[in-house]
Design a protein around this ligand. Sequence first.
Ligand code: URA
Length: 238
Amino acid sequence: MRLDKLLGQAGFGSRNQVKKLIRSRQVYVDGRLAEADNLNVEPSLQEVTVSGKQVTFSQEKYFILNKPAGVVSAVSDKEHQTVIDLIDEADRVPKLYPVGRLDRDTEGFLLITNNGPLGFRMLHPKYHVTKTYYVEVNGLLAEDAPAFFENGVTFDDGTVCKPARLEIIETSLEKSSANISISEGKFHQVKKMFLAYGVKVTYLKRLSFGQFYLGDLPAGHYRELTSEEKEILKDYLD
Ligand code: URA
C-alpha cells in the first residue's frame, strides 16, 4: 500500500498533512528515509517509524501449519474440523485462510494468513512455486520412474503436467517411498501422477512450499513465520 495512504489510515492526518510529514524527513521505512509519498510499503513485513517511533498498523498474520489427516483445508466446513479451527483463539484474527489446498487425507505444510492478495500471488503460475511431498505408494517404483515423472505425466483426460522431480527413498513390489517436487497445483495432482505410473498413493505429506519448510513441526501444530521468512514473502508482494 502507498505510504501516504497507510499513514493516513494510521491516524497521521489528512493526505496533505501526511505529505508534509514525509517531506519533513521524519518518516523511515526499514531504517531508510522515505522520500516519496507514493512509496509502496507492506506493513506486515516492513517497519515504519515516524519521528523515531515505530508505527503499529493492523497486523497481518502468517503461520506455517502442519495439517494432520482428517482436517479440511477450508475456512469453514459443516462436517469436518478445518485448518482454521487448529489456530488458537488468541491468534485467530479475522479473514485467516489457507494458501492453497491439501486433500483431507494429506498431511503437512500449509501457509495460513489473513493477507488477501498473498494467496493469489503465491499460487499464480508465474511464480512456479515448487512444492515437495513425501509419498508412499502400494507398489514398485522401478528405475524408469524418475524419467517418467521428469518427462511430464499425462492424465487420462489429456492433461499434461510439467516435469516433476522424483527421488526414490525405498522401493519394493509391495511398498515404496519417495520425495516428489512439482511446480503446479492441479487437483489431486500427486495422486493422479502416481496412478498414471501405475501405483496408488497410500500416504502423502507436503514437506515444503517454495522456500518455506515444514521442518519438525508436529502434526496439528503451527508457528509464526520468522522475520527471515517474512523477508522472502516480500518477493511475492512487490
Ligand atoms: N496432490 C494430491 O494429490 N493431493 C494433495 O493433497 C496435494 C497434492
